[in-house]
Design a protein around this ligand. Structure first.
Ligand SMILES: Cc1cc2nc3c(=O)[nH]c(=O)nc-3n(C[C@H](O)[C@H](O)[C@H](O)COP(=O)(O)OP(=O)(O)OC[C@H]3O[C@@H](n4cnc5c(N)ncnc54)[C@H](O)[C@@H]3O)c2cc1C
Length: 576
């Protein structure tokens, strides 16, 4: 095994909203720096930022305020968010949206008076989700991509990071990558590295994120010994398309704006069931609606494919077709009439609130390593508001881009990698070539079912124990399974194997964190501990790998801006 070497000043892992914003800001802060963006897919074509449908939360219109957006974020996160991170998110989103329009070149939909149109998203007290129709991410990522292409950014496309490699002193030296096209190992030495690989809970039977996402970033951070928080917090989006078992379209999301605009959810008996669960009906938060659909499924009141229906036709098919063109087209492609008929939906794993612990400047515990976007944690607590995801990645990606050049100025120089760590990680990545071929697809299917059944929308101790045992056995089998084709060039089975390993490693942490939290908050619901617990003494879970074992601890949430029971809103009626 040989390893090529590349040297850069800033290495950005991932080319979603976080990675691309970081590249632009870093070059703006210091145009003399050599910036490299490495991505598992093609620049502008991969990751979830491109898939953003609904839009971007920002308190920009009259009647709204940063405080209101903040309170929605904290209350939606069930008082678990890191309040400094949440405040940075909501306050910086304002300048980031202006930057997107005025510097990056995005056009968002506008009201007749020229102000930005904000659509209704569930769980928010103001219609603040700015958007480009219902395919907002394509606008954002295309414009970002054009800006990055116009600058001297080195692009390592179809390059997969497999490990973060420390120097002997523990600071980060760089990342070990595989050039997917040639199969060659490549070590990229950098003065600063941004982890922005975008989380993505694709270990569930039904899931929404792009196929290139397999929790690699969090698996690499775990391997480096970094602390991860809120790992039990997997957000299920209530309305994943249910198009039957034989299509990968099953699980893809039908956006929140459908419920925001007045869509109804019906069970298999055509009963509008949300009234049985929450007075906010379909506009309740994602966790509540997902659990309601799941309860209907468990009670057997399902549609032919085992889910629920979404119905929009009462709003007027022409209006629905105009306002939700992307969704209507997507459903039509799969043979369903969203504007005028019924479409089957199921809760689908959508977003991962857990991730690497960082501070407001995106710095992590490891010197030289920064984190932004869905790989980072703390901004959302127990629940991410729809529209806060892309705001999070662009806000903190930009901050990372601002901060890394300064960090480099104060800590100059490349650090040589610890040769033992580099050899160890290369050997680990090559592991499947030393084994007889195995049935990776069967293992993947087992993992999807395990996580959906035992560590999914509703959890309890017995289920989590079952899940942990199954994850152990899947991982053990995986380590005995090799890949048939020894050619490393574009060997997608090798990458499936590596995906599955990352997914197993992070699935275990999700299960352990779910076991640790003996209460129910937001996305995490324990049927054996259904109460939320005392908000004033809220804690968050912390997972860390030590000597090959996962250690779980809790840490107190600091209420630095607002305490449970209080509000930052002056008008208590408006706070409702
Ligand atoms: C269908 C869908 C709809 C959504 N709609 C909304 C919405 O309306 N509003 C909202 O706020 N949020 C939405 N989200 C969430 C939002 O997309 C994400 O929170 C956000 O875009 C994440 O940005 P990111 O930069 O962290 O990651 P991503 O945009 O996912 O980018 C991750 C990047 O990392 C790369 N990568 C992954 N692994 C590796 C590796 N090992 N080595 C190198 N590179 C790697 C990927 O190829 C990709 O380039 C939606 C998500 C989905 C899936």
């Amino acid at each position: 095994m040989t390893v090529d070497n590349i040297k850069t000043d800033i290495l950005i892992l991932g080319s979603g909203g976080a990675g691309l914003f970081a590249a632009l800001h870093a070059l703006k802060a210091n145009p003399d720096l050599n910036v490299t963006v490495a991505s598992k897919g093609l620049l502008g074509k991969c990751g979830c930022t491109r898939m953003v449908q609904g839009g971007y939360n920002v308190a920009i219109n009259p009647g709204d305020s940063i405080e209101r957006h903040f309170m929605d974020t904290i209350e939606g996160g069930k008082w678990l968010p890191h309040q400094e991170l949440a405040w940075t998110l909501v306050s910086t989103a304002v300048e980031r949206v202006r930057e997107l329009e005025n510097e990056i070149g995005c056009f968002f939909d506008r009201n007749p008076d020229g102000t930005l149109h904000g659509k209704a998203f569930a769980g928010q007290s103001f219609d603040r989700t700015v958007h480009k129709g219902d395919l907002t991410g394509i606008e954002i990522i295309n414009r970002l991509m054009e800006q990055v292409w116009a600058r001297p950014v080195r692009r390592l496309e179809e390059h997969r990071a497999v490990a973060l490699i420390p120097a002997k002193d523990g600071a980060l030296a760089g990342a070990l990558m595989i050039d997917i096209r040639s199969g060659q190992f490549r070590f990229v030495t950098a003065q600063a590295v941004l982890l922005a690989t975008g989380g993505g809970p694709t270990m569930y039977r039904y899931h929404t994120p792009s196929g290139d996402k397999s929790m690699d970033g969090l698996a690499m951070a775990l391997g480096l010994g970094l602390p991860l928080r809120d790992m039990e917090m997997v957000q299920f989006h209530p309305t994943g398309l249910l198009a039957g078992p034989d299509t990968r379209m099953t699980g893809t999301v039908l956006e929140e704006g459908l419920r925001g605009a007045g869509g109804h959810l019906l069970n298999g008996a055509m009963h509008r069931f949300m009234a049985d669960y929450d007075p906010k009906l379909e506009r309740a938060t994602r966790d509540v609606v997902s659990r309601a659909i799941y309860a209907e499924m468990k009670a057997g009141r399902t549609t032919p494919n085992g889910g629920a229906y979404i119905k929009m036709s009462h709003l007027g098919p022409a209006k629905v077709a105009k306002e939700f063109k992307g969704m209507v087209d997507r459903c039509r492609d799969c043979g369903f009439d969203l504007a005028g008929g019924l479409v089957e939906v199921v809760p689908t794993a959508h977003y991962f609130m857990g991730g690497v612990i960082c501070d407001r400047d995106t710095e992590t515990e490891c010197q030289g390593l920064f984190v932004a976007g869905e790989d980072a944690s703390g901004m959302h607590g127990a629940n991410r508001l729809g529209g806060n995801g892309v705001a999070n990645s662009t806000v903190f990606g930009g901050i990372a881009g601002d901060v890394m050049p300064h960090w480099i100025a104060n800590n100059p120089g490349h650090r040589p990698p610890d040769p033992e760590a580099l050899d160890f990680e290369a050997a680990r990545a090559e592991h499947p070539f030393s084994r007889q071929p195995g049935d990776l697809n069967a293992l993947r299917e087992k993992l999807l079912d395990t996580m959906w059944d035992d560590v999914g929308v509703v959890r309890d101790r017995a289920g989590i124990e079952r899940g942990l045992a199954a994850i152990d056995s899947i991982e053990t089998e995986l380590l005995t399974a090799g890949v048939a084709d020894r050619d490393r060039r574009f060997n997608l089975t090798w990458h499936d194997w590596l995906n599955l390993r990352s997914l197993c490693e992070i699935s275990r942490v999700i299960a352990l964190a779910a076991m640790r939290r003996e209460n129910s908050r937001g996305a995490h619901y324990r049927s054996d501990f259904p109460e939320p617990g005392d908000l004033a003494t809220s804690t968050f879970t912390v997972a860390r790998q030590k000597a090959g074992r996962i250690e779980m601890t809790d840490a107190p949430v600091l209420f630095t801006h607002v305490k449970p029971g209080e509000t930052l809103l002056r008008d208590p009626i408006a706070a409702e």
